[in-house]
Design a protein around this ligand. Structure first.
Ligand SMILES: [Zn+2]
Length: 238
């Protein structure tokens, strides 16, 4: 869509003409429906919620970091400093970051986390600790996160696109704050962008079907999961 300089001089008038109504909520609803269409979603969600609740607590992270120093696994320390996932907002707006941040701690959760790190954990934290220990040992849960991460990332990028503007594309994708009168007024470009996004999502379809079969196999497999086994499978789509 070409916009003349005359119209550009009237941002308030023109801006409303090209505003994409309710873009943020629409994309988050697509995420919600996609995730809820997976039969195991309720179980995965409970585990993801527990892990986010646990690791967003700075005291829990401090205990983990203290023990990593004792175990001389200092290369894992930066992962705990950058954990920023939260479900304070609507969960489907922040679920991409939750999945990515929890996946970044998979190696620690699967191979290093031990219940005796938390001997002094207060009684109120015991239930959450028990929940996350179950999640850490559930190989199918980790497989599910790896499977859905590319879908979550693609949709999160689409959501950011609609909230941004062509003149500050890079700033929005990097999560910077932008003040611009063209923010979220992208209806003229939306058709072309939507076609590209749909093509990208279709490209993930084959990998999702293959991963679903592997998830079933993982659930049936006995024993504690290992990161090496998960990485060797066809699930590392990121
Ligand atoms: Zn702009």
């Amino acid at each position: 869509m070409r916009v003349s300089e005359g119209f550009r001089a009237l941002p308030n008038m023109f801006a409303y003409c090209v505003h994409i109504g309710d873009w943020n909520h629409t994309i988050a609803t697509i995420v919600k429906r996609s995730f809820e269409s997976v039969a195991a979603w309720a179980d995965v969600w409970e585990k993801l919620r527990a892990l986010v609740e646990f690791f967003k607590n700075s005291e829990s992270r401090s205990v983990c970091m203290f023990n990593l120093r004792k175990l001389k696994l200092t290369e894992l320390l930066p992962l705990f400093k950058s954990f920023g996932a939260t479900f304070v907002r609507w969960r489907y707006e922040t679920i991409c970051q939750a999945i990515c941040d929890v996946l970044s701690l998979q190696d620690f959760c699967v191979s290093h986390l031990r219940v005796d790190f938390f001997q002094r954990q207060q009684r109120k934290g015991a239930k959450l600790l028990a929940e996350i220990l179950v999640a850490c040992k559930d190989r199918a849960f980790w497989c599910w996160l790896h499977t859905m991460a590319p879908l979550a990332r693609t949709l999160a990028k689409t959501r950011r696109w609609g909230n941004g503007c062509a003149c500050h594309e890079e700033d929005f994708q990097k999560g910077r704050t932008v003040a611009c009168c063209w923010t979220s007024r992208r209806l003229g470009e939306a058709r072309e962008y939507a076609a590209k996004s749909v093509a990208k999502l279709r490209g993930l379809e084959g990998a999702l079907v293959a991963a679903a079969a592997t998830r079933v196999a993982a659930r049936a497999a006995a024993g504690v999961p290992t990161v090496a086994a998960a990485a060797a499978g066809p699930l590392m789509l990121a």
